[in-house]
Design a protein around this ligand. Structure first.
Ligand SMILES: Cc1ncc(COP(=O)(O)O)c(C=O)c1O
Length: 358
């Protein structure tokens, strides 16, 4: 792949960075540079470079635009109190990207090279990393099929790029429970499909139900399994956990849900805390029975964006159920504080999950 080439931006064209305390939101602001790299079947990955942020020019026949050969990732860089910049388990993202690549017949990346490219780009853009509480730099690696052809086929050419952008705290007004709508009509993924790959098709499949949930006043959709419409899969763009009796339950990785890195971290931590942890199927009938009997203590979603997102309300078959009285539960709070503490360098990292960039 060779050395990463650097193309400097015209200093007069650099964007104005948001002032401390500004409303950053999510995914609305992009930094000044991109990392890019090309692939050709006969030559492999080549021409790694950092260039000024710019639109991508694609042939209208590019296979990504017709048959959706695309994969992506999402991770964050955090500013620590000592000024250092750290990533959280970044290899897991590139390993997952390679699994997505395999499923979509796309070329794999050299994980160490992709990580080094990510770090170089972050070092160049470090002044963009906000320091307001809960804010971070979002990192979006993306791979698209660029060969122009209209027959359904595997592309022989690809573009890999990484974009960065400062993002605000997920809970600027404090840690708030969300309201979840169980989708009985629509499904996200079926066994044997693309569910465990991080690819655009899964997100396209989710939009209609998400719109419907929003119209009804709910934050996210809870997806059920495609066959029986009974077992819990995941919620919105997060994995899901149920704390019932003394057991922490999350659906198993059966090929239809995204293997979340936060999910894996929560499982690891809960086992370390000697909790009873189960990766097992959990039906909505069991959830409702546990809600009605008072056994269900907490429900929370996990993901890079919000880390831990407690569920306050669940709508299913025309009924609404309050979880933990609609309040944030102690386990969700403890996990949130612990993981955020590690990510932001405020507490020791017992698992060596953080990776220094600067
Ligand atoms: C569909 C889906 N499930 C789960 C997750 C959570 O994964 P992670 O914890 O790696 O962010 C995400 C976010 O990336 C997602 O898009």
């Amino acid at each position: 792949m060779g050395k990463i080439q650097m193309i400097q931006a015209d200093p007069k064209k650099l964007k104005k960075k948001p002032a401390p305390g500004s409303e950053l939101g999510f995914g609305k602001i992009f930094t000044d540079y991109l990392f890019l790299m090309d692939y050709k079947k006969e030559e492999g990955w080549k021409n790694p470079r950092i260039e000024p942020y710019r639109p991508i020019v694609l042939d209208p026949g590019s296979l990504v635009l017709h048959y959706g050969q695309e994969i992506f990732e999402g991770l964050k860089a955090y500013r620590w109190p000592n000024g250092g910049i750290h990533l959280f388990r970044p290899r897991k993202n590139y390993e997952r990207m390679n699994r997505s690549a395999k499923r979509l017949c796309m070329p794999e990346l050299d994980v160490e090279f992709a990580l080094e490219a990510t770090k170089q780009l972050i070092r160049l853009e470090k002044d963009w990393i906000p320091s307001d509480p809960g804010s971070s730099l979002y990192i979006r690696p993306n791979m698209i099929a660029t060969e122009a052809a209209l027959g359904v086929q595997v592309s022989r050419e690809y573009l890999f790029y990484i974009m960065l952008g400062p993002v605000g705290a997920y809970y600027p007004q404090g840690f708030n429970p969300t309201d979840i709508y169980v989708s009985e009509k629509y499904i996200r993924a079926a066994r044997g499909g693309l569910g465990e790959a991080k690819t655009m098709a899964n997100y396209a499949a989710s939009l209609f139900a998400a719109e419907e949930a929003h119209e009804k006043g709910y934050t996210q959709v809870l997806w059920l399994d495609a066959i029986e419409r009974r077992y819990v899969e995941e919620v919105g763009t997060s994995n899901i956990f149920f704390y019932l009796d003394e057991e922490l339950v999350t659906p198993p990785l059966g090929g239809t849900i995204l293997p979340g890195i936060t999910r894996d971290s929560v499982l690891h931590i809960a086992r370390q805390w000697e909790m009873k942890v189960s990766e097992r199927r959990i039906g909505l009938d069991e959830v409702v029975a546990a809600l009605e009997s008072g056994k269900l203590k907490e429900v929370f979603a996990t993901g890079t964006a919000a880390v831990v997102s407690p569920v306050g309300k669940l709508a299913y078959q025309g009924k609404t159920y309050l979880v933990n009285g609609g309040n944030v539960g102690p386990l969700a709070r403890k996990l949130y504080d612990f993981i955020m503490g590690i990510q932001y360098g405020k507490i020791p990292d017992p698992f060596s999950w953080t990776e220094k960039v600067v």
